[in-house]
Design a protein. Structure first.
Length: 111
């Protein structure tokens, strides 16, 4: 699956370590896994995001992919447990991530 990445400091830091892989944790319609990047919460960090959002969760040093509601969502939109730094978005149907199972290895790479 392809994605667009923004020019934020967090996205640039993650870009530098690609490719990166980890076992998926599934939380509602979100998958996340820890990555070897330590970055603080951005000034523009948000909890509620759009379907297809790629984000970084500072408290868990985690790469996140959202495609629908999570257990803390208050609407049909995805919502992180706490604010995340937006990295970019999926190009295409992000709901395909629904097929990812807990523990499945997810790899993020640059093309």
């Amino acid at each position: 699956m392809l994605a667009r990445i923004n020019e934020s400091p967090t996205a640039k830091a993650i870009w530098e370590i690609l490719p990166v892989s980890g076992p998926a944790s599934v939380w509602g319609d979100e998958i996340y896994f820890s990555i070897p990047v330590q970055h603080s919460e951005a000034d523009n960090a948000v909890a509620e995001v759009e379907v297809g959002t790629l984000a970084y969760w500072p408290p868990g040093s985690a790469f996140c992919i959202f495609w629908g509601p999570t257990p803390v969502s208050t609407s049909g939109k995805p919502k992180a447990y706490s604010p995340v730094n937006i990295l970019g978005d999926i190009i295409g149907d992000a709901t395909l991530f629904d097929a990812i199972k807990p523990g499945q290895i997810v790899t993020v790479s640059a093309n």
